[in-house]
Design a protein around this ligand. Structure first.
Ligand code: PPS
Length: 570
């Protein structure tokens, strides 16, 4: 592979003076407030990270990308970069119109000339791009449950970059990195993509990859959006900074990439390669199960462990960036060093040590030792700061069940028991209380119920983030909404779904508030269980029966569950 031509690549920005003028004019246009994912996509479109794309995909380009990873120009592009919007907004925009694209504070970042507007076949997109229309895949879940129904396509005129206040000195556009490589005389650069902290094995493998490719090394972590549940990027960047000292001086650099990952395995690996090529790299490390999304709803892997390497290898000549395949490094205790697992000739005679990601999380969660052969003390210290043992972390207990099932009563009992134990602040977000204070204007349509639950989820996730205990007790009848709340909370701590499984017949028999009678008489419409649906939780952390069981016992079952999860100490 030839060293990359490090000449600047095209960006979509206009000059500073034109940008000031355009910004003024764009103020009068219909404007779309970009989602966090769209902001990441727009940044890489504008700065050339997604070269050769010139904007959000047109319908024709989208079809080509979905069906065979090609733009209409014939160029390789594996990932649909689309501007999804809601019905109402789509109806307010005509093809041929210019729209302003704003960040979440309302700052105009770009203008887009809308050339296409269409309703995509999302099931087909899920199957072709991610391999299965299965919402256990984070990107498929996003597609069906978060993305708008309509796609807009068209070229972008870049006005300004999204503003980042964190780690400014560590963020580089493709052209800034190209200029840096030119200045340093780096002609061969191997990029390492990561969404996890680096431990000694990663340091070994990246160092070896660079030696093998006779290249310099670029640690290029993703700080945009990664897999739900990942360690936050603030902690990770502090960890990466701690590891940088471990490489020979001036061979290695680190830069942060504001990419919104899709966890799309093979296609994602090719996409990552093209992005790195745009950033001036000549080589790219592809590991086992690269950008893997985890298990599907049948409990199996979405992709084969080497599918990503295979697809990358197939296209690398055309991409102009060469793959360095990731070696699985393990620690050989007898020789006190890391070695590639498949190159240990005397594997049966030596002691091989390894700590899996799950085991590491367990040790952090329980405050147990993490040996020096596994990670660097400075990295472990950072991780411990942001991941205190579980018994000191915030968490959310989310009760769900029919009206009158006993949710509020059990939630109240649980709150009192937790307050008796002390140590963390406890907040009860009961259905009725929330409807009085947070959601007083809402009714019981699906849309309003969803809004209500998302609000509860937002507050609970903030409480969890700040180390408190949130107890929620709404009906929350829709599984997709409960799942969205779970994702919000799990970014910061544990989410314990408790199904209060009192049958509808028993709730109606009790009819504490007299509402079932009114619902039967048709005086209350859309009443859950009577004239409105309830998705029974399929896999809650706990299901409690309330018939013939007293409240104290039900609350105690939750306490036992929390103990078994290490969230409270006996
Ligand atoms: S939801 O679906 O989660 O937003 O509902 P929630 O906020 O928990 O509110 C449920 C309480 O409102 C009363 N109520 C109704 N429930 C269900 N369906 C309809 N149409 C309805 N209208 C009023 C009911 O008393 C619920 O109280 P709980 O605490 O569940 O008994």
């Amino acid at each position: 592979m030839q060293p990359t031509n490090l000449a600047p690549i095209p960006e979509l920005f206009v000059s500073y003076d034109s940008a000031q003028k355009l910004k003024h004019e764009a103020g009068a246009l219909v404007s779309w407030d970009l989602t966090p994912r769209q902001i990441c996509d727009l940044e890489l479109l504008m700065n050339g990270g997604f070269n050769p794309l010139k904007g959000f995909l047109s319908e024709e380009d989208y079809n080509g990308v979905v069906e065979n990873m090609r733009l209409t120009s014939g160029e390789l592009w594996p990932m649909p970069i689309t501007l999804d919007v809601g019905d109402d907004f789509a109806n307010s925009v005509e093809v041929g119109q210019d729209i302003a694209l704003r960040d979440q504070e309302g700052v105009i970042l770009a203008m887009m000339s809308v050339t296409d507007k269409w309703e995509p076949n999302k099931a087909n997109e899920a199957k072709k791009v991610f391999g299965a229309d299965d919402s256990a895949h984070p990107a498929v879940n996003y597609l069906h449950n978060q993305a708008g129904k309509i796609y807009l396509g068209g070229p972008i005129t870049g006005i300004q970059q999204p503003v980042h206040y964190d780690f400014r000195a560590r963020r580089d556009t493709p052209n800034e990195l190209r200029a840096y490589f030119r200045k340093m005389g780096w002609r061969r650069v191997v990029a390492f993509q990561t969404r996890n902290p680096l431990h000694r094995a990663h340091q070994e493998l990246t160092f070896r990859a660079a030696k093998e490719a006779q290249a310099n090394l670029l640690i290029h972590p993703v700080v945009g959006l990664t897999k739900p549940g990942d360690i936050d990027h603030f902690t990770r960047v502090r960890c990466y900074e701690a590891v940088l000292d471990q490489y020979p001086a001036s061979t290695t650099s680190m830069s942060l990439l504001n990419l919104a990952m899709r966890m799309g395995g093979p296609r994602e690996a090719v996409w990552h390669g093209l992005i790195r090529k745009n950033h001036g790299c000549t080589h790219f490390i592809v590991g086992r199960d690269h950008a893997g999304p985890g298990k599907n709803s049948a409990g199996e892997d979405f992709y084969g462990p080497y599918d990503a390497q295979d697809l990358f290898r197939e296209h690398q000549e055309e991409m102009g960036i060469e793959m360095v395949d990731f070696k699985h490094m393990v620690f050989v205790q007898d020789r006190a060093q890391y070695e590639p697992a498949d190159e240990i000739a005397d594997a049966d005679d030596v002691t091989i040590l390894n700590i899996s990601g799950t085991e590491l999380r367990r040790r952090l969660a329980e405050g147990l030792e993490i040996p020096e052969w596994f990670s660097f003390p400075a990295v472990v210290e950072e991780l411990r700061k942001s991941r205190p043992p579980r018994a000191n972390q915030g968490f959310t207990v989310f009760f769900t069940g029919f009206s009158g099932s006993g949710k509020s009563t059990i939630a109240n009992a649980l709150m009192v028991k937790l307050m008796e134990m002390g140590g963390r602040p406890v907040t009860l977000l009961d259905g009725d209380i929330v409807r009085k204070n947070l959601s007083s204007e809402l009714g019981f349509s699906k849309e309003h119920r969803d809004l209500n639950i998302r609000r509860i989820g937002y507050v609970a996730s903030e409480i969890t983030k700040n180390g408190g205990i949130a107890i929620c007790a709404p009906i929350a009848p829709y599984a997709t909404t409960r799942r969205a709340v779970r994702e919000d909370v799990e970014a910061f701590g544990a989410f314990i779904e408790v199904h209060v499984a009192t049958s509808i017949e028993e709730c109606e028999r009790r009819d504490r508030k007299g509402l079932y009678k009114l619902a039967r008489e048709g005086k209350i419409k859309e009443f859950t269980g009577i004239s409105d649906p309830y998705d029974v939780p399929v896999d809650p952390e706990l299901s409690v029966e309330t018939e013939n069981v007293d409240v104290d016992n039900c609350a105690h079952q939750v306490i036992l569950k929390l103990e078994s999860m290490g969230l409270i100490k006996a």
